[in-house]
Design a protein around this ligand. Sequence first.
Ligand SMILES: [Zn+2]
Length: 74
Amino acid sequence: MAPVLFRAACPDCRARFELTAGALRLAIGASARTTFYSFTCPDCGSAVRKPAGERIVELLTGGGVRTLRLHSSL
Ligand SMILES: [Zn+2]
């Protein structure tokens, strides 16, 4: 089976690249505002964090990205 690749871009150096599921992390919070995915830019090493909508969450979890469920303290 070919690994799933996710297309991503770095907001710092503007590089575009493809990442495997292992290079991505998904954090699901209590609301859309606290739900995001993160990765390290392979070009500049910057830690990138981006909001993840419902569709992105489905895509990432379906592709085997490690998911962290954040607990709300509200
Ligand atoms: Zn970068």
